[in-house]
Design a protein around this ligand. Structure first.
Ligand SMILES: NC(=O)c1ccc[n+]([C@@H]2O[C@H](COP(=O)([O-])OP(=O)(O)OC[C@H]3O[C@@H](n4cnc5c(N)ncnc54)[C@H](OP(=O)(O)O)[C@@H]3O)[C@@H](O)[C@H]2O)c1
Length: 278
């Protein structure tokens, strides 16, 4: 496993990549009254997190953006959650074969240690999964039932009532957490806290990040910045929607440097905390 350099806070020192994010003990930072909500993105220097395929319009990860190192850190973040926040788009992408199903923790040989870490730290074998969706039009992967994971669907108060009823009929919990069709960050986090969850990892994209930031509901943002330019004419960046203004202010609390991956370019692993107003 690679060594990385911790640059900030100083003085610089080397450490093993493995365990670097488990050391954050995110599962201990929240309470049911104030769950700890955290997200992770991998970005290029020109701010790309994905490019759109011109033929299908589907997003895909460009070659050379990610590495085994940032994937390991993503899995360490995920391992500390008692609930994953994902969305309809991800479940559709799994069903279409565009993205891998990574809704379980420690189920493969290379990450088996994370299942043990959860057991040692008093977490359930697998996290619950919250699916945010306005359309309520998504398949639920079999893997969730196979691993006994609780599934909760969140939607707006104007979501299709027949689909909500159908999901409830199949035994899924459906919570209303927003006006119109969209889910809003504050009501969503309160609803999940009300169900007893304390650490919420966002396995989701730009729209959910915006949803949380606009409501001051994000506790921490992890960003891996790969030292390469991607270009591309139609791309996804970290955030969607209108300008964020002061809601987009962040402070960097930690920075690690991996000089080798991906593809010899190197990458920074940065941890940011949103700056609240006042
Ligand atoms: N590099 C990285 O670290 C990284 C990280 C995340 C994503 N990505 C990539 O970036 C691209 C775009 O990400 P994405 O697929 O997550 O797209 P997105 O546009 O952020 O979200 C897609 C879907 O999520 C649901 N959704 C999101 N926010 C919601 C809200 N507030 N209320 C209700 N539903 C909401 C909607 O589902 P319904 O249509 O069901 O209503 C929406 O269609 C993808 O290619 C993805 O793979 C890259």
């Amino acid at each position: 496993m690679p060594r990385i350099l911790k640059l900030h806070p100083g003085p610089p020192r080397e450490l093993d990549l493995k365990g670097a994010y488990l050391a954050h003990r995110l599962h201990e930072l929240g309470t049911a009254q104030a769950p700890f909500v955290y997200a992770n993105f991998v970005s290029s220097l020109d701010g790309r997190i994905a490019v759109r395929d011109p033929a299908t319009g589907e997003g895909r990860m460009p070659e050379g953006l990610t590495s085994g190192s940032d994937y390991r850190l993503l899995l360490e973040l995920q391992a500390q959650a008692d609930c994953l926040i994902t969305h309809g788009g991800y479940l559709r992408a799994i069903a279409d074969g565009h993205l891998d199903d990574i809704l379980q923790i420690g189920t493969r040989d290379f990450n088996r240690d994370l299942a043990q870490w959860r057991a040692d730290n008093g977490l359930a074998p697998q996290p619950a999964v919250l699916v945010a969706s306005g359309s309520l039009d998504f398949p639920i992967p079999d893997s969730l039932a196979r691993h006994g994971q609780r599934v909760i669907v969140a939607t707006g108060d104007n979501a299709p009532a027949d689909r909500a009823a159908e999901l409830r009929g199949r035994g899924y919990e459906v919570v209303t957490a927003g006006r119109g069709r969209a889910v809003e960050g504050g009501p969503l986090v309160r609803a999940l806290g009300g169900l007893g969850f304390r650490s919420l990892f966002m396995l989701s994209g730009p729209r959910m990040l915006e949803t949380m930031l606009r409501d001051d509901a994000l506790s921490r943002l992890y960003v891996t910045i790969a030292h390469r330019l991607i270009g591309g004419e139609s791309v996804h960046t970290l955030i969607d929607g209108p300008e964020l203004g002061a809601k987009g202010r962040l402070r960097m609390e930690e920075l690690h440097y991996d000089s080798a991956a991906p593809d010899g370019c190197g990458q920074w692993f940065a941890r940011f905390e949103p700056l609240r107003e006042g």
